[in-house]
Design a protein. Structure first.
Length: 355
């Protein structure tokens, strides 16, 4: 649950400061609801580690520190020995700990929020939308189980917005993948230094995200893949899980025989210009897209601010959200696909030691 994040120097520090206000607002909302509703989601105000393993990681972690300095954000350096003592690996040459963000079990958080919806809100699950029709000033949302009629409609379908005719050609769907072990044994935990929960982001954009959860599971996330069509199939996810195993054993050789219990992928939206899809597309039809980094915190803020916009509730934060430019149209294919492939290839070439 990030309150700020940037790989390398930001293009404009003012843009990052703007995003920081949104991230921190969303994080504050989620923190308040977790406490108010007593949601058991392993919320932990740990902050986050960054780690660098090679030249690209060293370059980027220095740039991260410089960015945090410009933002006035607290952090502290860790030597390679300190990283080893804390998380049990010599993989990282240096580390950095930044405060302000939180660790959480996202599935437990979302289930807890769903159990505490306001009395005037109903959630329907397992009923895919098959069509939307507008007639006589109302929207009819058709599903396999029935229909819902409303005078206003919000599209909050993430990367599937384009399937509803919204924001097509204005964001890139990128899948990233993760694997999770079963709870580790005491012998396995002995490989992990202090064996206390942590969250680590690679200093480099190509670096792996590593977590030790409160229930003692090890989580590895890496690999980005452009997925303009269907989600990644199970066979390809299994192949990617082999890369996760390589990442895990390069950090903790003693876990070479530790199996993953789950492997999966998720899709995020990235825009060309750090732009947004937010607001009223046409009378009564609204949309919000959680894009780029930190979708949970920035997304929580964007959802609340869209509700404020719909109810004419002005605020400085809403003005900040509305100041973000609309997502710019992407280059046409095949130029877009070629550009993404070239960028991914360059990242692999310069940052392979961070994987």
């Amino acid at each position: 649950m990030l309150n700020v994040h940037s790989h390398g120097p930001p293009k404009k520090i003012e843009i990052l400061r703007r995003n920081l206000r949104l991230w921190e607002s969303g994080l504050s909302d989620l923190r308040r609801m977790v406490r108010e509703f007593q949601i058991n989601c392993d919320w932990d105000e740990f902050g986050r580690f960054y780690g660098s393993a090679g030249p690209d990681g060293e370059k980027h972690i220095d740039e991260i520190a410089d960015t945090l300095n410009q933002l006035g954000h607290e952090y502290r350096w860790l030597t390679g020995d300190e990283m080893h003592s804390r998380i049990g690996t010599n993989f990282y040459k240096r580390g950095l700990h930044a405060s302000g963000s939180a660790l959480v079990n996202p599935a437990s958080l979302l289930r807890g929020l769903a159990r505490h919806l306001p009395a005037n809100v109903q959630a329907y699950e397992d009923c895919p939308v098959t069509g939307i029709v507008r007639a006589n000033g109302c929207f009819t949302v058709q599903t396999e189980s029935g229909k819902v009629v409303a005078d206003r409609l919000v599209l909050a379908a993430g990367v599937f917005l384009k399937e509803f005719g919204a924001a097509s050609g204005r964001y890139v769907p990128m899948a990233t993948y993760a694997s999770l072990t079963a709870p580790l044994s005491e012998e396995e935990l002995g490989q992990l230094g202090a064996a206390q929960p942590f969250g680590l982001l690679g200093g480099s954009e190509y670096g792996a995200t590593i977590r030790l959860t409160k229930d003692k599971r090890l989580f590895v996330r890496n690999v980005f893949k452009h997925v303009p069509g269907a989600p990644t199939n199970a066979r390809d996810v299994a192949e990617i899980a082999k890369l996760h195993r390589k990442a895990m054993t390069s950090r903790w050789p003693g876990l070479a025989r530790t199996p993953f219990q789950h492997s999966w992928g998720g899709i995020m939206a990235f825009t060309w210009n750090d732009g947004t899809v937010f607001g009223e597309l046409e009378p009564g039809l609204f949309a919000v897209l959680t894009n780029d980094v930190s979708p949970m915190t920035r997304g929580a803020a964007a959802g609340r601010l869209l509700a404020d916009l719909m109810e004419d509730q002005a605020s400085d934060l809403l003005s900040t959200q509305l100041s973000i430019p609309q997502a710019r149209r992407l280059p046409p294919r095949p130029f877009l696909v070629l550009g993404i492939a070239l960028r991914r290839g360059l990242l692999r070439a310069v940052a392979h030691r961070e994987f």
